[in-house]
Write a protein that binds this ligand. Sequence first.
Ligand SMILES: CC(C)(COP(=O)(O)OP(=O)(O)OC[C@H]1O[C@@H](n2cnc3c(N)ncnc32)[C@H](O)[C@@H]1OP(=O)(O)O)[C@@H](O)C(=O)NCCC(=O)NCCS
Length: 156
Amino acid sequence: MSADCLIRPAREDELEEILAIENASFTCPWSRQSFLDAFAGGPVTIYAAERDGVLVGFSCLLTIGEEAEILNIAAAPDHRHEGVGGLLLIRMLDDAEESGAQNVYLEVRASNTPARSLYKKAGFSEIGIRRHYYTKPREDAILMKKALFPEDKGHL
Ligand SMILES: CC(C)(COP(=O)(O)OP(=O)(O)OC[C@H]1O[C@@H](n2cnc3c(N)ncnc32)[C@H](O)[C@@H]1OP(=O)(O)O)[C@@H](O)C(=O)NCCC(=O)NCCS
């Protein structure tokens, strides 16, 4: 199902497609300006998942020194549970490791079962909770971490 999905750096001319997926995926979506800032350069990389010429997902990775953070990841609603999120995650973990990161962090809504399952499968562990962190609806954030040891790549 996922073999034909290409993961690559996103282009700024794909911003409208990225925003469409973002707005369909989150109650508090990133603004257009947030994506433009990321495209402008700096420590954030935006990835695109492309299948048959269509953008079916994207993700954002922040890498600073020995630490990396997954800032965003989403598959288009019509393309969920087809391997897109897993491939994006694997690519970000590979790139984080290659850039010298020792640990990768992220936060996820407590009720987000698909995402928590994806991260657990990729070898992330829960390291803390930020109470009432999210709005719309108000909800706890689960903090997760993965140490980038080559022998601990998870099983995606
Ligand atoms: C989370 C998300 C990115 C996963 O992407 P995806 O392409 O659907 O996931 P994949 O097909 O690669 O699935 C990989 C694993 O994720 C988990 N998963 C995906 N969809 C799931 C679902 N509906 N229910 C439970 N687990 C699920 C499973 O562990 C799955 O492994 P499996 O196929 O062996 O069951 C996707 O559900 C999404 O875009 N959600 C909305 C945005 C979001 O919540 N992003 C995360 C913010 S922290």
